[in-house]
Design a protein around this ligand. Structure first.
Ligand SMILES: [Zn+2]
Length: 169
């Protein structure tokens, strides 16, 4: 039956995406793991978001922002909180979200490699008036239900992964 064939193709594509290796890098050029606070993921209280669903990697204004993984740009534009934002769909059905950029250097649909320059570090959106930093979030489109815990908005941990774990060498 046609329906089953479509489902089979869908499942194969889904599985293939999961099996792609990630090979990630720290998305701020020359940054080390001393440039973010390990405790900043799921830190609360955190303004309008309640909890901080990413990490803030600090650096000099204008430092190149690198794509942490290969993938396809699915968003490049302005958001009220994020300011100038780039989102990349990478392997394992994960969306990598880069916010507060000074400028974005990519367009929607553009393929990027690990380490491609996708923007410049800035202080746009709700980072205005704060030290310049990259807000980096990794969202899994497939739920990791076993990561849900009793913390504030704990069910969202099925989708928001700790970026520090993703870019761990
Ligand atoms: Zn942040």
């Amino acid at each position: 039956m046609k329906k089953w064939r479509k489902l089979k193709i869908f499942l194969i594509v889904l599985l293939f995406g999961c099996l792609l290796p990630e090979f990630s890098v720290i998305p701020v050029k020359h940054a080390t793991n001393n440039d973010w606070n390990a405790k900043s993921f799921w830190f609360e209280p955190w303004g309008k978001s309640g909890v901080h669903k990413g990490i803030d990697i600090f650096g000099k204004l204008g430092t190149p922002i690198l794509s942490a993984t290969y993938g396809i740009v699915i968003f490049a534009g302005e958001l009220p909180l994020g300011g100038k934002v780039v989102a990349v769909l990478g392997p394992k059905w994960r969306v990598h979200y880069y916010a507060h950029l000074n400028s974005d250097l990519v367009f929607i649909g553009e393929p990027v490699w690990r380490g491609s320059e996708i923007g410049l570090l800035g202080d746009t959106g709700n980072a205005k008036g704060k030290p310049a930093h990259l807000h980096y979030t990794v969202v899994s489109l497939l739920p990791y239900v076993w990561k849900i815990d009793g913390s504030t908005q704990g069910w969202k941990k099925a989708f928001y992964l700790d970026p520090a774990q993703v870019i761990k060498p």
